[in-house]
Each structure stands twice: as C-alpha cells, then as structure tokens.
Design a protein around this ligand. Sequence first.
Ligand SMILES: [Zn+2]
Length: 293
Amino acid sequence: MKRLVAIAIVLLVATTLESVAQEAPLDGLTLRQGDVRIVKIGDDMNASDVYGVIDTSNAPSAVPMFNKAGALYGIVAADLYQQPGAYHMTVYETATKRVLSMKALIVEKGAFQKSVSSHWNTQAFGQADLERIAREKKAITEAIQVSLPLPRWQDGTTDPIEKTDHTGLMTTPFGQIRMNPTQDWYRFHRGTDFQAPEGFAIRAIAAGKVAHLGHDYLLEGNITVIDHGLGIFSSYLHQSAFLVKVGDDVKKGDVIGRVGSTGNSTAPHLHLALRIGAALVDPTQFIEAMRRP
Ligand SMILES: [Zn+2]
C-alpha cells in the first residue's frame, strides 16, 4: 500500500512538474502522532496565492499558512490518534487550482510516556454523566467550527504559565498513556499539564479571539477556548476563574483566567490543549516553533 501511494505521488509530480516554474521537490516529512512541523512552501509567495491540503484525516484538511521574511510557510500537524502510515500534503495555486507541489508525509506512532497506576479509570460515569459529557463536548465542537480567516500568531507565542522556581514546569507531557495495572483500560493525555498554584495567572499563548467559555464542565471544569485563526485553537482547562468573555480580542500573554482544579482534576494545575484543524497536537511544539523573543 505504501509503495502504491509512493508510485502515485511520483506519477502525479512527474505530470505536474513540467507545468511548474520552480522545482517542486518530493522530499518526505516524517512526523509522529501529535507532532507539529513548520514547512517552507516557497519564496516570493503570498498565503492568498496558494492553499495546502493534507489527507491525514477522513476529510482533507487545510494547512494553515503564514508569511515570514518574504517566504511562505505551512503548519503541518499529525493528530494524536492518526493512524500511522503514508499520507501527503498537496499545494495548489488558488487561481487555477493547479497542483504546485506534493510532499510525502509519513506518520509514525508517538513515543509516549506510560503511566501505570490504579488511580486511573476509577471513575464510573453513569448515564446522566455520559450525556452531560457528550453535551459539553458538542458545545466545544460547535464553537470551533468557524475560525478567523487570518492568522493571529504573527507576533509569536509565549508560555501559558510564567516560569518561576515553582511554576510553569511541565508536569505531564502530551500523549502520556495512562493505564490501570490490569491494563484493560488506557487513555492518552490530550494536552500538556503545567505546574501552578490555585489562582495563578493563565496567559494566552498567542493573540486571538475568545471562542468559547465552558462553565464547570464535568471533565474540563472551567474552560476557555481561544481562536488564533486558520483553524488553530488553544484551550485552557480546570480554571478557578474566567477573566475574558466570548468575542474578546486577546494579545499574546494576556491573562485570560486563573489556575484551578475544576472538572476532572485532583490538584490545581493548567491543562493546555491545542487543535490545528482536525488534529489534536502537542501544544509545546507549536509554542516552541512560533516563539519570538
Ligand atoms: Zn492534563
């Protein structure tokens, strides 16, 4: 199957290269589940001239693009649950829908840390709880259907919890596999946890617009969701207090809430989650890739 895909890509590139002014190399990109990569699309290009699509999810997903120092870049993301295998990213010319380039994307299994403990999955949700979880999940999903048409992360990213001697440390990495000792149950950690005491300031990792506030959700507790444009959304969970409203514009580093332990949490901390299109990814990779001094 991998070979067939490779052959198809080679054929497609061979047939399009002759009509492409600049060379479009077929260099592969290897990512692990949850990874974020910045890929150079080309020089002297504008985000409005082209669009990129990756076929990693069930539906083709748009690649968020941005200009920096005259060149155009795309943000390629692999979902935490992405089936390992060979995929590709195709870049089209907006005006003609002509293929400009195609890049092979290899997604590998994530190298996630394991945590085996009897305290995982001790909660038994009843029918009413499950219905409530579904309702709250739907409210979040609906709030992220539409995203701002332009990127808001151009002035970079920052840490959601200021680093001091006793705050900002990553306590649980993205993707951690939580199992109980009998190993008949496990789930992935769908974000990154940061150490901070109750009431500590939570900062927006990048500029954006507040897309959703969830009050006392069963799993997420008090959650704020920020739209950074082009389908990129950050979420801040378990808050003790909200400091913004839906529709507010926020700048990078603005205090948007206070650390707490609401929802499915045993002690105060911040759980930060990040979506890039359909992909749930490691937020720290996006923060590091987009960080400005
Ligand atoms: Zn967490």
